[in-house]
Design a protein around this ligand. Structure first.
Ligand SMILES: Cc1ncc(COP(=O)(O)O)c(C=O)c1O
Length: 449
């Protein structure tokens, strides 16, 4: 009997792969079949599977101190060391770090810190947050309210109105352009919409704008040139913070250390990390804020008796030890620079699919990419629903490649950062077969228009 309620799953159509073990960039199922990881688990297993140094770091920490919390009056060295290391690595000056267990709860922590901070500085009305259509920021009640994908909100009575989430355009030119609009005109229009909304709502009521520098779960949207520069100019004009959700783009994923650097985002006020922070060997997340935000909260916490937020496992020592080791390996082995090189190679090879009859757009940066499958290549008409993407994902899996269909009919690519060019070739060969199998299916089922 199976008593599991599966996450993000169609309960009626569960056809499962029982994954049993992993080594490097491969996993094996319970029947002994081998699969190459095209999506690093869920955009997270940067160092692949079976890294002995990471395993040893976890084992040693479990033996030394398997748990200690960080609530009022307690700390531990490994947690403080990780906060210091992160503050040193990330593109924020002198950041302060709050630990959590997932990207979702890290984003919740940010929402609460934004409110706490604005109350502390006597600006409680600055509480609304701007999030984009087709964004993914998690699935807790608050983070799902930020997320701009209907499946995470419909039937859950979300978003929560009291959170004051404002929605602005997604920056996907291929899907969002109107008529013969150029990229520059598209950017000008959507940033114009953003500014108009800010003015309409009252800038003094808006705390922050949240964005994944390049999105993941919503189809790997790479905004056009100049988008973030224009967005940041508008936000700066109205004193609204820029909050970078780097849960997928953090730590070498996009050809640079962080997605903000790849996309030219300057001095984010807050940043969210998870996934590759520990290469998914342990669940851990981090919410980074500006030092002056933290400083402003100190007196308020004293007056209240405590900053009343934190999880039992905030700064779990084993997760911190694992993350510290992972960050050490990233730096020692020059993983980000190597991933930038293999990332360029992957983008070049993915681009070869541009001419395939099913492919509408190929996009990405570094070791993060997507191929969008369309019902009509000439017009870009999308398939209805996600069935074709799901079919292609299964066709890849049947051929020994793990990918993920995202945003309906896009196939997401996000292999471990340690992938080699030969392994990228293997992914490309298997993708080519999956696309042809999917094309045959679409022709047979008359799904092309
Ligand atoms: C950009 C982004 N933010 C937040 C999350 C939520 O992270 P988690 O699934 O660890 O809660 C995700 C998950 O994919 C994500 O991609």
């Amino acid at each position: 009997m199976n008593h599991t309620i599966y996450p993000t799953t169609n309960f009626k159509a569960i056809e499962q792969l029982t994954v049993e073990r992993g080594e490097g960039c491969y996993v094996w199922d319970n029947k002994g079949n081998r699969y190459i990881e095209g999506l690093a688990g869920l955009w997270c297993t940067a160092l692949g599977y079976g890294n002995q140094e990471v395993i040893q770091a976890a084992t040693e920490q479990m033996g030394k101190l398997s748990f200690s919390h960080m609530f009022g009056g307690k700390t531990h060295q490994v947690g403080m060391d990780l906060a210091e290391k992160l503050a040193e690595m990330i593109p924020m000056q002198d950041a302060m770090i709050s630990f959590g267990n997932s990207g979702s709860d890290a984003n919740d922590s940010h929402i609460k810190m934004l409110r706490y901070y604005h109350q502390a500085i006597g600006r409680p009305e600055r509480r609304k947050i701007i999030a984009r259509d087709r964004s993914y920021h998690g699935v807790t009640v608050a983070s799902a309210s930020l997320t701009g994908l209907p499946v995470t909100q419909n039937h859950f009575d979300l978003p929560v109105d009291a959170l004051g989430i404002l929605r602005t355009d997604h920056p996907h030119y291929y899907r969002g352009k109107q008529g013969g609009e150029s990229e520059a005109e598209f950017v000008a229009r959507i940033v114009g919409n953003l500014e108009a909304m800010i003015v309409r709502e009252g800038p003094e009521t808006i705390a922050a704008f949240i964005a994944e520098p390049i999105t993941g779960a919503s189809g790997v949207i790479v905004p056009p040139e100049g988008y973030y520069e224009k967005v940041q100019a508008v936000l700066n004009k109205y004193g609204i913070m820029f909050w970078a959700d780097e849960v997928i783009t953090g730590f070498g994923r996009t050809g640079n250390d962080f997605g903000c650097n790849t996309m030219g985002i300057k001095s984010p006020d807050m940043m969210t990390f998870a996934k590759q922070l520990s290469s998914a060997y342990m669940p851990i997340s981090a919410s980074a804020i500006r030092r002056d935000m933290y400083d402003a909260m100190v007196d308020q916490s004293a007056a209240a008796g405590a900053f009343g937020h934190g999880y039992t496992y905030s700064g779990h020592p084993v997760a911190c030890a694992v993350a510290l080791k992972v960050l050490e390996i990233y730096q020692r082995d020059d993983i980000f620079a190597k991933a930038a090189v293999t990332g360029e190679y992957m983008q070049k090879r993915l681009a070869e699919f541009k001419d395939h009859p099913l492919v509408g757009e190929v996009r990405g940066r570094g070791l993060l990419g997507a191929i969008e499958l369309v019902a009509n290549k000439a017009t870009g008409q999308a398939f209805v629903g996600g069935a074709v993407g799901g079919f292609a994902q299964k066709a890849a899996q049947d051929n020994g490649l793990l990918l993920r269909a995202v945003a309906g009919s896009s196939l997401g690519f996000c292999p471990p950062l340690i992938i080699t060019t030969a392994q990228i070739d293997e992914i490309i060969e298997k993708t080519a077969i999956a696309l042809d199998v999917t094309l045959d299916h679409c022709v047979r089922e008359k799904l092309l228009v």
